[in-house]
Design a protein around this ligand. Structure first.
Ligand code: EPZ
Length: 419
């Protein structure tokens, strides 16, 4: 298993170009199952989860031609596609559940492995199933598989989500696109990735309108040939913004819309970062002294993204004073805390709240990755630790960060991958 060797502490400066968004690419690739004409998706990030989704589409029968740089996919489906998503594929990437909506809408049947939980939580899909049921999907769960079918075309309906859910909102939108009649979704997730999906679908002839958290979808008969470039990855942009704030950095972070991390950039300014916004880029410099921030709380968009929580925790470890971070989205998303404590952090956990003492002197150590975002927090901490750190099981990072080590090396981090 690959590992990262990092030698700290380092100061970072230079430029970094943000790649395409993993969490916008996955629903958009799943949505291509709704097309029976060619569709071209550009700006895909070269990360493992995208490969997994492309392999899942191939296993369903999609013909996929990738560009040389693997960032553009030309996808063509045919009439009798398969509608089975195996456990072996789904277990490596929970986002596979997003093919359920398109398969049931287009082919009126699907057999998909239940995604199961992951380290950050049980990750149920009950809201996905309930929403598609309201559109006319019948299902049962047997031997860990969802056996779904519908009597003919799905029918529009009114769906009020019990709680805001990105995945359930996506599945419902994909189920409603080609349904007969109107679907109204209430308490819909507004994450930029969900909006990028509806922008893509509308460009292909879907009829989706937003008013606050209400999403109205007029079913259409088919989607037209189209090409679309996926938005940039806001979590990658946020991660590099934290890196600059943490390591007295001087960074130009380009190729993304600063609006998508407005809340997080406000937090970094409170911590002392100087940020100048440009056209599709920001210039950010880190302070000599990092200020603590009282109760940071993760929230659905437009609140502080849960995918930024672990990175912000590393920053607060270096702040000169006490701070707290409350995780409101997932029930077990403090897996990075144990590893940070091994680097010297002083963090107390009480239920979903972390109290961070600050003024930590990180000393390099051997570390273990757990989930995608916790792993990048370890990279940030190792980057500013005294001495050498080894980060094991970095396949977690390869799921969601494209060329992370070369991007970090180019801005001054002493990091290398050891096979
Ligand atoms: C998406 O996960 C992202 N994944 C996550 O990013 C992200 O952290 C999350 O949204 C929140 O923004 C992808 O886009 C592939 P949810 P998702 O449904 O859709 C509960 C990463 O690192 N829930 O908004 O699974 C759920 O357990 C990943 O890239 C139900 O109870 O998130 C959680 O507590 C990690 N029943 C909360 O809702 C359901 O049917 C929010 O989950 C669905 C969700």
């Amino acid at each position: 298993m690959d590992k990262f060797l990092i030698n700290g502490p380092c100061k970072i400066k230079g430029k970094v170009k943000i790649s395409g968004s993993k969490n916008a690419s996955l629903p958009i690739l799943a949505a291509t199952l709704l097309f029976d004409k060619p569709v071209i998706i550009k700006n895909l990030p070269r990360v493992r989860d995208i490969n997994t989704m492309l392999n899942l589409l191939r296993s369903l029968g999609s013909k996929i031609v990738l560009s040389k740089d693997k960032k553009t996919a030309k996808i063509l489906n045919h009439k009798n596609m398969r509608t089975f998503a195996s456990y072996s594929l789904v277990k490596t990437m929970r986002g596979s559940i997003l093919v359920l909506g398109p398969l049931i809408s287009k082919f009126n049947k699907a057999k998909i492995s239940m995604p199961g939980g992951c380290l950050i939580g049980t990750r149920p899909v009950n809201y996905h199933l309930a929403a598609l049921k309201k559109l006319g999907m019948n299902f049962s769960i047997k031997n860990g598989y969802i056996l779904a079918h519908s009597k003919g075309r799905l029918k529009g309906n009114i769906i009020k989500f019990p709680k805001i859910s990105v995945g359930a909102s996506i599945n419902a939108i994909l189920g409603a696109c080609l349904a007969k009649g109107t679907t109204i979704l209430k308490l819909t997730a507004l994450e930029p990735e969900v909006l990028d999906l509806t922008k893509f679908l509308n460009k292909a002839g879907a009829n989706i309108k937003w008013s606050g958290r209400t999403c109205t979808i007029e079913g259409v008969n088919s989607l037209s040939e189209t090409r679309y470039s996926v938005m940039s990855d806001r979590i990658e942009a946020g991660t590099f913004s934290v890196a600059a704030t943490l390591a007295k950095g001087n960074l130009e972070i380009k190729n993304f819309d600063p609006k998508v991390i407005k809340t997080e950039l406000e937090l970094l300014k409170k911590a002392g970062a100087k940020i100048k916004e440009g056209n599709n880029k920001i210039f950010i410099s880190g302070p000599e002294k990092i200020k603590p921030i009282k109760n940071i709380k993760t929230q659905e968009w437009p609140g502080v993204a849960t995918d930024m929580q672990s990175q912000l925790m590393v920053l607060m470890c270096k702040a000169n004073g006490k701070s707290t971070i409350t995780e409101n989205i997932f029930e077990n998303r403090f897996l990075h805390v144990g590893e940070l404590q091994r680097l010297g952090a002083n963090i107390q956990i009480k239920k979903n709240k972390a109290m961070i003492k600050g003024n930590t002197k990180f000393v390099g150590a051997e570390l273990m990755s757990s989930d995608l975002r916790a792993s990048v927090a370890l990279v940030l901490a190792a980057m500013i630790s005294e001495g050498k750190s080894t980060i094991n099981r970095i396949y977690h990072l390869d799921r969601g960060y494209e060329n992370l080590e070369s991007k970090l090396r180019n801005i001054g981090v002493q990091i290398r991958r050891k096979k």
